[in-house]
Design a protein around this ligand. Structure first.
Ligand code: DC
Length: 230
């Protein structure tokens, strides 16, 4: 349980709902720490590929997750992620690693192994925590819980544009299928499934721009007494 005094803003939701960008912008605005919990599952999947650990070897994967040698660096506004000293910032963002991360994430022992590491991010002056189970499992006492959604079609469209911008090839229809498959796995798993906490505020971003979402959350923060209204 979250017992420390530092405030936590939990932002959960399915992939492509805008959590990553919104969480980063709000953390920057507040000067708070940022936990990208999905990156930890992606890093575990990446480490498994590197060390030849099969995705059904729960104890092997839990050991990897426990001893994961990772560093999150912020240099001149650029976030970098190192795995065993190697820059994997781009490598862990592929659809393939996302898919493997989702498979690793169904395993209870892997989730347990990553729990303390995630809670360590709760430091003064506060934390913005981005993931699937921030409000339900990792920070159940979070000061404010937001659950971001968007239609699968819209999330596929956003991902498609992102990939096009970065020069990668993508097909909208296969992205939509991948998103639907990943949603189903994340929502149906027995352990810490993707779902809004009972006290989360749901925000559908299908028709909203990123600045709109940031403004809405800022309004919610102000109402929770966490940030002065603008
Ligand atoms: O947010 P993301 O796409 O980087 O997450 C990758 C996968 O990791 C996602 O499909 C499910 C898993 N995940 C999770 O189970 N719990 C979290 N708190 C964050 C991510």
């Amino acid at each position: 349980m979250t017992t420390a005094q530092e405030p936590v803003l939990a932002i959960d939701g399915p992939g492509g709902a805008g959590k990553g960008t919104v969480s980063r912008l709000i953390a920057e605005r507040l000067g708070w720490h940022l936990l990208d919990s999905g990156a930890l599952y992606r890093l575990t999947a990446q480490a498994a590929a590197k060390h030849g650990v099969p995705l059904d070897d729960e104890s092997g994967l839990a050991r990897l997750a426990e001893t994961l040698d990772v560093a999150f660096l912020a240099e001149n506004g650029n976030a970098r992620v190192l795995l065993e000293g190697e820059d994997v910032s781009r490598a862990i963002r592929t659809e393939e690693v996302g898919e493997r991360a989702s498979q690793v994430a169904v395993l209870q022992r892997v989730r347990n192994a990553l729990l303390a590491r995630q809670r360590d991010f709760q430091k003064p002056p506060g934390l913005v925590a981005d993931g699937r189970d921030m409000g339900t499992v990792v920070f159940p006492q979070a000061t404010l819980k937001v659950f971001l959604t968007a239609s699968a079609q819209e999330r596929a469209r956003r991902r498609y544009l992102q990939l096009q911008e970065s020069g990668a090839n993508a097909s909208l229809s296969s992205l939509l299928k991948e998103i639907q498959a990943r949603d189903a796995r994340d929502m149906q798993r027995a352990v810490a499934p993707l779902k809004p906490a009972d006290d989360a505020i749901e925000l559908d971003t299908t028709e909203l721009s990123i600045p709109d979402v940031v403004d809405r959350i800022q309004g919610l923060l102000a109402r929770s007494g966490l940030e002065p209204s603008v």
